[in-house]
Write a protein that binds this ligand. Structure first.
Ligand SMILES: *Cc1c(COP(=O)(O)O)cnc(C)c1O
Length: 513
């Protein structure tokens, strides 16, 4: 089947520019500042879904879904299958994303979708393992018959406050013609996080431990992207959460988890998703719009609650300051992928379905966000959003209380231990379950990290139990081993743009790629 979705466009396009899948993946962000979207969302019949898809493995399901968005003439079947197979062979679970059913006993129908079985124990592996292979695939095709000096190369530069850098590194390690530099603030990430990133021996990977704050690191990465001369020399790339291929690869687990929870039947089901940049949740929106019969998508935020406030008021307003919470991967001021949903909502609200007009509306909203820090949408837009979404906000105290409660009630066959991000989702899910009292609905709450990655919060919640031991109950063997492995750390004395650029120059030359 040839996909009809040959063209992607920007959410802010006031012109008619369209992009191929490859452009979209390599470029990440459109030149007008917008995000890439497929204008139409492919429809899948209930027959195909419950007759065929419900029986497929994660990988085969991923292939069927991607085939609808990635044209054959850009990636032939055999190549796409190979990329998918390699991307998920690195996962520790044969289901890739297994569902832990009824974690609190049989009555509640609360299931936990475990997205943390990839190499870095975080949900971002699902997307970044795939994206790394895709980068390499496109580059190798471009470079196929070129002499070494003409080969196209990409230098990926990113900053991390601790938990997200390692997923990028493990996605890109050892990839041909790609090098990766990840900046992090010296002494401000946990030892485990530092170990995960710095024990990677591949020569195309270099972490930079920078004297300064995370914000400084991030400012430098932005400045590097803005440095035209440096950029043209290094072909600087990003793998951040707005990359379309990340959203695309995350759709699969919504289908797969639905089939696992309902044993392949169409039943009432709600997903609850701990959200920050809205990439995870947006993939669920695509799944629902493709025809997966999901009753509701529930956005769970921590105290950084711009999404929850929007759904209650139609006002999208950035706070002055980011709150520092137990779920740091969700500590955001604005939710970058939310722009894609806003584009579909704007489009839906136009009688003529004119995609260019939708782009102008979104562009106008984001100009207001830039100048005034906020914009207000019409009531009908929020009403339409509420057909698919609900939202809840969860405090720090509630997050810890939930880790504790789930530990207590889930004693058979063993205690179930949540990471704090997952606990934000489970808090919202339990609130919903007790208000709805509907035993016929499945509630699938997404688990985005292994608890070992957030030891402080988990220990704070559980250390009062005599029976609890972090070392024994939480820490997996291969993370325990990290502390004994050799580390490759490059210390950088100051958060200075020119200094860091010169280090990247120097280290790139040493990599000899
Ligand atoms: C990135 C991340 C999230 C938030 O996902 P978004 O797609 O940004 O909404 C939640 N939990 C963890 C552990 C994460 O790393």
């Amino acid at each position: 089947m040839v996909s009809p979705f040959q063209v992607y466009r920007s959410t802010r396009s006031s012109d008619k520019q369209t992009y191929s899948f490859e452009d979209v993946v390599i470029q990440g962000l459109a030149s007008d500042g917008g995000l890439f979207v497929p204008p139409e969302i492919p429809q899948v019949s209930q027959e195909v879904m419950f007759g065929k898809w419900a029986k497929l493995s994660f990988q085969d399901l991923q292939f069927e879904i991607m085939r609808l968005y990635v044209p054959q003439d850009e990636i032939p079947d055999a190549d796409l299958k190979d990329i998918i197979a390699r991307s998920y062979a690195t996962f520790r679970s044969s289901d890739v994303t297994p569902v832990a059913k009824n974690v609190t006993g049989d009555k509640e129908n609360l299931h936990v979708l475990e997205l943390f079985h990839g190499p870095t124990y975080a949900f971002k592996d699902v997307a970044l393992q795939f994206l790394g292979n895709l980068f390499e695939y496109f580059l190798q095709r471009t470079n196929k018959d070129l002499p070494p000096e003409q080969r196209k190369k990409i230098t990926v530069v990113g900053a991390t406050s601790g938990d997200t850098g390692s997923a990028s590194i493990y996605g890109l390690r050892g990839k041909k013609d790609v090098s990766v530099f990840i900046l992090y603030p010296t002494g401000r990430i946990s030892p485990l996080q530092e170990e995960q990133m710095t024990v990677v021996p591949d020569k195309n990977v270099q972490t930079l431990s920078v004297q300064g704050t995370f914000d400084k690191c991030q400012d430098i990465v932005k400045a590097i992207f803005g440095d035209k001369e440096f950029n043209s020399r290094h072909n600087v790339g990003a793998v951040n959460s707005i990359n379309w291929a990340r959203i695309l690869s995350q759709m699969t687990y919504y289908f797969y988890a639905y089939f696992q929870a309902t044993s392949g039947k169409a039943e009432k089901l709600k997903f609850i998703v701990p959200s920050g940049n809205f990439g995870d949740m947006l993939a669920g929106y695509y799944a629902k719009k493709m025809g997966l019969p999901v009753e509701k998508l529930v956005i769970a935020t921590n105290e950084n609650d711009i999404l929850d406030r929007f759904l209650k008021s139609g006002l999208y307003e950035r706070s002055d300051e980011v709150a520092s919470t137990f779920s740091p991967a969700m500590d955001i001021l604005v939710s970058s992928n939310f722009e894609r949903l806003l584009w579909y909502l704007a489009l839906e609200n136009l009688a003529d379905g004119d995609t260019l007009k939708a782009g102008q509306i979104v562009n106008d909203w984001f100009q207001q966000l830039k100048t005034k820090g906020k914009f207000q949408v019409e009531k009908v837009i929020v009403e339409n959003a509420l057909k698919d979404f609900a939202s809840d906000r969860v405090s720090n105290e509630e997050t810890l209380a939930t880790i504790k409660r789930i530990y207590e009630v889930s004693q058979k066959p063993q205690h179930y231990i949540l990471d704090p991000h997952t606990a934000v989702g489970v808090t919202a899910a339990e609130r919903l379950i007790s208000s709805e009292k509907d035993a016929s609905t499945h509630y699938v709450s997404l688990s985005t990290a292994h608890p070992a990655k957030f030891a402080d919060a988990v220990n704070q919640a559980l250390s009062s139990f005599d029976t609890y031991s972090f070392e024994r109950d939480v820490l997996p063997e291969d993370l325990r081993k990290l502390s004994t492995m050799e580390k490759k750390i490059k210390l950088v004395d100051s958060a200075d743009l020119k200094l860091i650029e010169s280090i990247i120059d120097e280290e790139s030359a040493k990599m000899g790629l």
